[in-house]
Design a protein around this ligand. Structure first.
Ligand code: GDP
Length: 331
């Protein structure tokens, strides 16, 4: 743990501040916007056509004129296990550019506070379970998503560097596997929850006798409902100011086989589940140690069944968005 974590708690009020949420169309960004607007906080966003977040000059100019008090970096190029493995250059380059532009630009434009969002894939493939924040950079990464992970680690380090060199109040939060409204529902390229909700739903509609799921079903994952993450973001912005990144999760995990059974139940599919062992399992265990966040005073509130039912309802009500290309959900 870094020394200044001991002085890490503070009270910073978002009321009356102007908050720029980068990535407002994505699952995380849209949840943060919903949450801030509910609290009556002034939210700023930038449209993809006007500000390409991969373009330093465009981001710098936008931040200089918009001058937000607070910046939430929820923009990223994201995707599931196969997308990461297939498009390594896109995942590394685009994420490095987006976060470097936003973090540096926020510093130059005088933002008081910045929250950078990453993911639990930053941790080594073999980590203590549950994974504590201190496991960062203690071993090799899971190869299927190392491109995204390296970019996210660089983002954490950028926040730490600006804090160390310039005293900037830039913090980072690492959520576990997220799901919820505005997720990207693609059978091939998305993460497991949207992929399975869609696959099981379509199989049920067609009256198929079986659904194929990837891998062995034995890996365990911790799933966090995205509105809970948004709540944690507000909590951290208002109550945390430290060098170290903070894990955000539920503290419990389930196997992919258990997940598949739950998706089967929620979607009403009555056929069988077959496991395709030619597809990668990825890392076997990924539950995060959320003791630090708990000690600051936050815990998640949405049960997995409730969250999954809400995500499924959202998918049923938004079939067009469910089929969009992933890039549209980014920034
Ligand atoms: P990860 O947590 O970075 O590995 O991301 P994913 O959400 O893509 O995958 C989680 C786990 O679910 C892995 O073990 C996958 O093999 C498994 N899985 C089972 N079926 C699917 C599927 O249809 N799509 C995806 N993305 N993963 C699946």
């Amino acid at each position: 743990m870094n020394a200044d974590l001991t002085n890490a708690s503070l009270t910073y009020r978002l009321a009356g501040k102007r908050v720029y949420v980068a990535g407002h169309r994505g699952m995380v960004g849209s949840a943060v916007v919903r949450r801030l607007q509910r609290d009556g906080v002034e939210v700023m966003t930038s449209s993809r056509d006007k500000v390409d977040l991969r373009d330093s000059a465009a981001v710098g100019a936008f931040l200089k004129s918009a001058k937000p008090d607070v910046v939430v970096v929820a923009a990223a190029k994201v995707g599931g296990i196969l997308a990461n493995d297939t498009y390594p250059a896109d995942f590394l380059y685009e994420n490095l550019m987006i976060e470097a532009n936003l973090i540096h630009g926020s510093f130059v434009s005088g933002a008081e506070k910045l929250l950078f969002l990453g993911s639990s894939c930053i941790y080594p493939k073999v980590s203590p379970q549950p994974i504590p924040e201190d496991a960062l950079l203690t071993g090799p990464l899971e190869p299927t998503n190392e491109w995204y992970a390296i970019a996210k680690i660089a983002g954490i380090k950028l926040c730490q560097a600006y804090r160390k060199q310039h005293g900037a109040d830039f913090i980072s939060a690492m959520p576990s596997n997220l799901y919820g409204p505005n997720d990207y529902f693609d059978p091939e390229k998305s993460h497991v929850i949207p992929a399975l909700l869609r696959r099981f739903h379509e199989a049920e509609q067609r009256g198929d006798r079986e659904v194929v799921c990837w891998g062995t079903g034995t890996p365990r994952r911790e799933f966090l409902y995205v509105d809970d993450l948004a709540d944690a973001c507000v909590f951290l912005l208002e109550n945390y100011s430290g060098y170290d990144h903070i894990n955000v999760g539920t503290g419990s995990d389930i196997t992919i086989a258990e997940l598949s059974e739950t998706v089967k139940r929620v979607t009403g599919f009555s056929g069988a589940i077959r496991w395709d062992h030619s597809k990668p399992d990825g890392t076997m265990l990924k539950r995060m140690d959320t003791a630090r966040l708990a000690s600051l005073g936050w815990k998640s509130s949405t049960s997995f069944e409730d969250g999954l039912a809400k995500a499924y309802r959202w998918y049923l009500e938004n079939p067009v968005r469910g089929g969009e290309v992933p890039a549209a959900a980014q920034h």
